[in-house]
Design a protein around this ligand. Sequence first.
Ligand SMILES: NC(=O)c1ccc[n+]([C@@H]2O[C@H](COP(=O)([O-])OP(=O)(O)OC[C@H]3O[C@@H](n4cnc5c(N)ncnc54)[C@H](OP(=O)(O)O)[C@@H]3O)[C@@H](O)[C@H]2O)c1
Length: 277
Amino acid sequence: MHRSPKHTLNNGVSIDQLGFGVYKVPAEDCADLVSTAIDIGYRTIDTAALYANEAGVGAAVNQAVAGGMPRDELFVTSKVWNTEQGYDSTLAAFDASMEQLGLDYLDMYLIHWPCPERGLFIPTYKALETLYREGRVRAIGVSNFEPEHLTQLLDVCEVVPAVNQVELHPWLAQTPLRALHAELGITTQAWSPLARGAILDDPILVALAAGHGRSVAQIVVRWHVQSGHLVIPKASSAQRVRENLSVFDFVLTDAEMGLIASMDNGRRSGSSPSAVN
Ligand SMILES: NC(=O)c1ccc[n+]([C@@H]2O[C@H](COP(=O)([O-])OP(=O)(O)OC[C@H]3O[C@@H](n4cnc5c(N)ncnc54)[C@H](OP(=O)(O)O)[C@@H]3O)[C@@H](O)[C@H]2O)c1
């Protein structure tokens, strides 16, 4: 069984570097798919209220625990959706997520998007700090925050975000943002790490995959792992779920890492943070 290395967040909490994302996994398939992922070796699952599949994630986690897996081997992330931003509404959104998940505590809770035009990410984050202090969540953080949002937040927050989860893949390497995270002690987590599959036809990656006798997805996931950030690819079949975790028995050379770095062209597969409100 392949297992991800661990990464320690800025508050000492441990998370797998390579986790499993469930965006667009239909609610009715989610419990079975997450149980499959856990059987294959994943221990970190990324969901969100928006995905409408928290119940399936929680059911799979509770099933694993009922089968003897210690709850603290598993790590579940969820996120507060944009329309629920604000102090009181975020506390209520957290309760609603926990009800769906059916868990006693959450491992990490993130602000899904900064939504700068709403002007509410600071009171929203204050609610996350309350939940953190109450012990209802082990780590708190943000997602899709640009440098100006982080600066505004850090001016007033008491708990430095553990994570900023952002779109990141070889076409969008986020080099300046990652450098800022390193300076601030914030861990970078890559969403759409395969650019939602669009990058898998890139000829540079196809050639590297042929050279290693690996799939293109494995080359990309391996690039994320060697780049040192967290990564949460999503896949729908057991074969792909397993393939994406099977990246710890080969290494990309410095020259290959450099070649992949040359692919950075700013191409996004999702929305730009300033456009989401
Ligand atoms: N914070 C945010 O705003 C945000 C935004 C987007 C995503 N996320 C998180 O990040 C996770 C991953 O991002 P994502 O789901 O957008 O995209 P992704 O992981 O980059 O790509 C998923 C796509 O790649 C395909 N795929 C996966 N493994 C493959 C393989 N080995 N071979 C061929 N194709 C493969 C999948 O196909 P099949 O499904 O058909 O197998 C799916 O179409 C999400 O699930 C979610 O948890 C967060």
